[in-house]
Design a protein around this ligand. Structure first.
Ligand code: ATP
Ligand code: MG
Length: 260
């Protein structure tokens, strides 16, 4: 069964895109069929996969507006997984969607025709709660929330949690918090450990055991258009994202076992 996971946090620069690209690559490395959907007009995930966001024929914009099918908008990343790229056109899509009936459902509809082709669909969200993010949450089974363990981290979370609740109550009753991922973690900072403890108190088993450390190799990989696995597979960043993929797969196994 396909799992659709939106990677969201309206706070900017917390590691959403890094997580999306590297989790996609790590899952693909375990022979899972993966589609990454870039819903951010910044197009960072697209570029991070080695795809020139300015040169794509179709993008998530066309898929959302029904001007191309999801298949027509799909390209292949160097790391072997599929990508529906994103670029500035998504800003146009967001404006146009506002006038449409069923505007929250557009991505869900677009992905319906391809979801059987994949084990995982990962959606990279922009750093705001807008119609693009709402489309991602409507299409998703779960939300993976990357968080930096710093002072304002929890404060920013409440509006995302409220939006998740609203989407669940209106258009997507199955939406759950898939997991909270601690990113750019530095255990030498006391505050990081304190915030980390608070997250575990609050979200319990939803907090991934995998912690992504601050690692310069992760930050430089996008400039080569490569996920960390292809840039430096022995780096701490690569090991962390492989561990995260392992944890995701274990969760899926547990879910399947419960369902039987
Ligand atoms: P935005 O909100 O703008 O979309 P984002 O939440 O997608 O940002 P990223 O783009 O993934 O965040 O990360 C922000 C910056 O931090 C990038 O320059 C990225 O390379 C760097 N970065 C992300 N994770 C790590 C890490 N674990 N170690 C070091 N640098 C990191
Ligand atoms: Mg991003």
């Amino acid at each position: 069964m396909t799992r659709i996971i939106a990677i969201a946090n309206q706070k900017g620069g917390v590691g959403k895109t890094t997580t999306c690209v590297n989790l996609a690559a790590s899952l693909a490395a375990t022979q899972r069929r993966v589609l990454l959907v870039d819903m951010d007009p910044q197009g960072n995930a697209t570029m991070g996969c080695g795809i020139n966001k300015m040169e794509v024929e179709n993008s998530a914009c066309e898929a959302l507006l029904g001007e191309a099918t999801a298949i027509e908008a799909t390209v292949t990343a160097k790391a072997g997984f599929s990508v529906i790229p994103g670029n500035e056109d998504l800003t146009l899509a967001e404006v146009n969607l506002l006038q449409e009936i069923g505007r929250e459902m557009k991505l869900k509809k677009a992905l319906a025709s391809v979801s059987d082709l994949y084990d995982f669909i990962l959606i990279d969200c922009p750093p705001s709660i807008n119609m693009l993010t709402v489309n991602a949450l409507t299409a998703a089974d779960g939300v993976l929330i990357p968080m930096q363990c710093e002072y304002y981290a929890l404060e920013g979370l409440s509006s995302l949690l409220r939006t998740i609740e609203q989407v669940r109550d209106s258009v997507n009753s199955k939406l759950e918090i898939y997991g909270i991922l601690r990113t750019m973690f530095d255990p030498r900072i006391n505050l990081s450990n304190e915030v980390s403890m608070q997250l575990i108190e609050h979200f319990d088993r939803k907090v991934f055991r995998t912690v992504v450390p601050r690692n310069v190799r992760l930050a430089e990989a996008p400039s080569f258009g490569l996920p960390i696995l292809l840039h430096d597979r022995s780096s701490r960043g690569a090991i962390a994202y492989l561990a995260l993929a392992g944890e995701v797969l274990r969760r899926e196994d547990e879910r399947m076992a419960k369902a039987v």
